[in-house]
Design a binder for this molecule. Structure first.
Ligand SMILES: *Cc1c(COP(=O)(O)O)cnc(C)c1O
Length: 385
């Protein structure tokens, strides 16, 4: 079988062995409904509360401030819609950035259709948001600021602590989508002054379709899913116990191994970046090297169609992404690359490679070699050079 190299860890990660083995008993022997009073139900309840503690500890929160959800998108939806509707008497203005994940951007667009006003702040060419711009956008009726901690496409680490401090000073709720940050950089709701923070397990070696929302004690928020009284009435539905247990274990692992994993993935990332820069003319790094996720490499190749590059890489056994995985497949170029000033063609010629703990240095060298050959080939094919 062909040697496969997975370089799309920003899209998803495999479930780690230790996470899987922690989850297994909750499919097999301990499958009770966590709301039940009998023993197997109580066991499930205990496991959920343990996971809640694990998540809380990883981000500097209290267990009762953690709500389990069906993933990062749901957490973002709940954070934005839930607080917007709870606070609409106070005001209807929301501030966010132009480079958020679609889970935030499209939720904001939906809120705009329901009477809310949203200001989308443009990033600098580095991909960083200037906190001073956030300050100038605040109005008397601003109820919420939502800014991602780390960008999923270009890996920028946004100034969330500064923005959180501004929000606190002005008595405005602050939400951060920390889906890419957890497991990559230290995440702490106190240091960031976050009132709401979104987490998704499958981005740090946990199962897909499960996540959490941190909701600071005392924050007014409406439920999106009505039904039973699960999750303090804020998220009805029988809990996905194995997934929640997996999330707890995965975030505990992620926090414990944070420094080692960050150093390892950064080493691989830097090998990729320097290899590509050395081997391939007409390549430019998107984002900034200084404030960047340890595992993110996003590069534009002059005169290249990213989709064609991706398909050729797939044939070579290399899994990567051009722009965001969530927008791949449709022709729209990345809103993030456009926002940092890339032309349509530059944006189309972009490749995102995100490293993980399972990758090796040898794989990086093989990937650089393959990308270099394919780029040469495609340039000859389309431009005769
Ligand atoms: C992946 C991702 C999401 C969505 O999370 P899901 O669990 O896949 O719904 C949201 N925000 C960011 C920044 C992401 O990278």
């Amino acid at each position: 079988m062909m040697n496969r190299i997975y370089l799309d860890h920003a899209a998803t990660t495999p479930v780690s062995e230790s996470v899987l083995s922690e989850m297994m008993p909750f499919f097999r022997s301990c499958w009770g409904n966590a709301s039940a009073v009998y023993a197997t139900g109580r066991e499930a309840r205990k496991a959920i509360e343990k996971a809640r503690k694990q998540v809380a500890e990883a981000i500097g929160a209290e267990p009762r401030e953690i709500l389990f959800t069906g993933g990062g998108s749901e957490s973002d939806n709940l954070a934005l819609k839930g607080t917007a509707f709870a606070l609409q008497e106070k005001g209807k203005h929301i501030i966010t950035s132009a480079i958020e994940h679609p889970a935030v951007l499209n939720t904001c667009r939906w809120l705009e259709k329901h009477g809310f006003e949203v200001t989308y702040i443009m990033p600098e060419s580095t991909g960083l948001i200037d906190p001073a711009k956030v300050r100038t956008c605040i109005r008397d009726d601003t109820i919420l600021i939502s800014m991602m901690a780390a960008n999923n496409e270009i890996g920028t680490l946004e100034p969330v602590a500064e923005v959180g401090a501004i929000a606190k000073e002005r008595n405005i709720l602050f939400h951060t989508d920390a889906v890419q940050a957890v497991g990559a950089v230290p995440v702490n709701v106190q240091e960031w002054n976050a009132d709401l923070l979104s987490i998704s397990a499958h981005k740090f070696y946990g199962p897909k379709g499960t996540g959490a929302l941190y909701v600071r004690r005392g924050t007014r928020i409406d439920s999106l899913i009505h039904g039973g009284e699960q999750e303090r009435g804020l998220r009805a539905g029988t809990e996905n116990v194995p997934a929640i247990v997996g999330l707890g274990k995965a975030i505990e692992n992620a926090n414990r191994d944070l420094d080692i994993n960050a150093a390892q993935t950064a080493l691989l990332r830097d090998r990729l970046i320097s290899g590509i820069m050395k081997e391939i003319p007409g390549a430019r790094l998107n984002g900034t090297i200084a404030g960047r996720l340890p595992n993110n490499c996003n590069i534009s190749f002059e005169g290249i169609d990213g989709e064609a590059l991706l398909l050729r890489l797939d044939l070579a056994g290399i899994a990567a992404s051009s722009g965001s995985a969530c927008t791949a497949g449709n022709q729209e170029v990345s809103h993030v690359l456009k926002a940092i000033g890339l032309t349509e063609n530059e944006a189309k010629g972009s490749l995102r490679l995100t490293t993980g703990t399972g990758n090796t240095e040898k794989e990086m060298d093989e990937a650089v070699h393959a990308i270099s050959e394919i780029v040469k080939d495609l340039r000859t094919l389309y431009h005769g050079r």
